[in-house]
Design a protein around this ligand. Structure first.
Ligand code: GLA
Length: 389
């Protein structure tokens, strides 16, 4: 067991006065490229990061899920499992993190997969609100736990579906399958080439160190949420684009179709659709370069993705733009915001020798603007979800 798992195991025993049946964990993710393409049946290339959400879980006969977490000030949440199974929408319990746990238990129950009771202790080191899928990490950790403890034997794609239902139908965030797929299906050392139309995946080797490169996460510490506001508006724009272009998803729109039919769209919808169309092409171009062993050449595509999100999809922020521009000005090969946007993190692909220079320059730029000091650190593709002990 990892040191973090051992600590959680001891804390579980401390709080519940009994041993956990096991520890399960699931990672957050960085999306290398392919943003806002997932709910358009498009392509994406995320990888799992080493930061993880962990749950210690014990099956009980209490008829309830007792949900605790190590988040500061988080009160325990108790949910009657029979009431949870009957619940159609929303969750009246407080505590944002608890909704993700309860939602997954609910999505299992919908399939007739239940346990007689659960004690759960959650600990996560995935930063919350940083665009690194802290919520999917929580969902996927409890999903692998319940799958094992209930003896359900569901495969990973089915667990992706369960977590996606928890997030969309229970928590109420209209997100795609990107985050849950990364957390459940990614493998150490690789990016996950994800086709959201048929949900097929392929591991694409991503060995940064072999090329003397690092991928920096620049967490701007401007937080975001996807249950409302801009994210929902963007989904609505895409649906409008589909109706006007008479396609079942924007995935079907090629660059040439777009050139021929873009005039049918109002200017805002045209920009949104253009982002999705061009982003799908960029993902495929990045994958082709990685397949050809040309990791150091993907930078311009990452940067073009950022420009598209800034100007066409309009989901960047002044902090994200500053992080990207400063990183590029100090030697990054490419940089872009990652995740849903409206805050969160940028990533920068940087020659190892320049990592310090880029970090220092970005921090200095933030200080000059009077913004909170960004959290900057290197990430590598880590393992997907699983049992730890
Ligand atoms: C969030 C959502 C994902 C995806 C990204 C944008 O992370 O949870 O489903 O839409 O934003 O690519």
């Amino acid at each position: 067991m990892s040191a973090a798992a051992t600590t959680l195991d001891a804390e579980f025993q401390n709080r519940f006065g009994a041993d956990a049946d096991g520890i399960w964990s699931a990672p957050g993710r960085v999306n290398l490229i392919g943003e806002h393409t997932d709910y358009n049946a498009g392509f994406a290339l995320p990888f799992a990061i080493t930061a993880r959400a962990r749950v210690a879980v014990r099956v009980t006969h209490s008829g309830e899920a007792v949900l605790e977490s190590t988040f500061a000030g988080a009160a325990p949440v108790r949910v009657r499992l029979d009431e949870l199974a009957a619940e159609d929408s929303g969750f009246s319990g407080d505590g944002g993190w608890a909704r993700y746990l309860a939602g997954v238990v609910w999505a299992f129950a919908r399939r007739g997969i239940t346990v007689p009771g659960l004690d759960v202790l959650l600990h996560s080191d995935v930063p919350v609100g940083a665009g690194l899928s802290s919520s999917a990490a929580v969902e996927c950790a409890i999903a692998v736990a319940v799958n094992d403890l209930a003896g359900a034997g569901l495969d990973r794609p089915e667990l992706v579906q369960i977590c996606h239902e928890a997030e969309n139908d229970f928590v109420g965030a209209p997100t795609g399958i990107l985050d849950q797929s990364a957390s459940l299906l990614a493998t150490e050392g690789s990016g996950l080439f994800l086709d959201c139309l048929d949900r097929s995946t392929r591991q694409v080797p991503l060995d940064l160190a072999a090329r003397d490169l690092v991928l920096l996460v620049i967490d701007t510490r401007g937080t975001h949420a996807h249950e409302s506001g801009g994210y929902r508006d963007r989904v609505a724009s895409c649906r409008l684009g589909e109706r006007v272009l008479e396609v079942s998803s924007l995935r079907e729109v090629s660059a040439q179709d777009f050139a021929e039919r873009a005039h049918l769209l109002d200017p805002e919808t045209r920009r949104r659709v253009r982002h999705v169309v061009t982003e799908n092409a960029r993902v495929q171009d990045v994958v082709a370069l990685l397949d050809a062993g040309r990791l150091e050449d993907i930078g311009p595509l990452l940067t073009a993705s950022h420009v598209s999100m800034r100007d066409d999809y309009e989901i960047s922020s002044p902090e994200l733009d500053e992080a990207v521009d400063t990183a590029l000005a100090h030697g990054a090969l490419g940089a872009r915001m990652t995740g849903g946007g409206f805050g969160g993190s940028a990533i920068a692909l940087v020659p190892t020798a320049l990592a310090e220079t880029v970090s220092t320059a970005v921090s200095a730029a933030f200080e000059r603007s009077g913004w909170a000091s960004p959290h900057i650190y290197a990430v590598v593709p880590g393992p997907g979800a699983g049992r730890e002990g």
